[in-house]
Design a protein. Structure first.
Length: 92
């Protein structure tokens, strides 16, 4: 679609900021045509069979550990444990 655009308005603009605005307007127009917004139901997406029970448990555990790390002043050992656990969980 961009290849078929004439771009005459862009080439006729002498000011840089105006030319950029013309380009962005044209570009965004074609992006919205080529990739329209799609509404999805989050409850269906969350309950997808690809999200296993193990992934859900790991996600909850990571949230809890991050929350604890932010809210409390912990010893270096505790911080290292949380960091190790979170990095191990992200691998899977």
């Amino acid at each position: 679609m961009l290849n078929k655009e004439s771009w005459q308005e862009l080439f006729q603009t002498s000011e840089v900021n105006s030319a950029l605005q013309v380009f962005m307007d044209i570009f965004v127009y074609y992006i919205t045509i080529a990739f329209p917004y799609k509404l999805i139901n989050l409850s269906k997406a969350y309950n997808s069979k690809s999200i296993t029970r193990g992934i859900k448990i790991s996600s909850k555990r990571m949230c809890v550990l991050n929350s604890v790390k932010r809210k409390f002043s912990l010893s270096r050992e505790a911080q290292a444990y949380i960091k190790k656990t979170i990095s191990h969980t992200k691998k899977y």
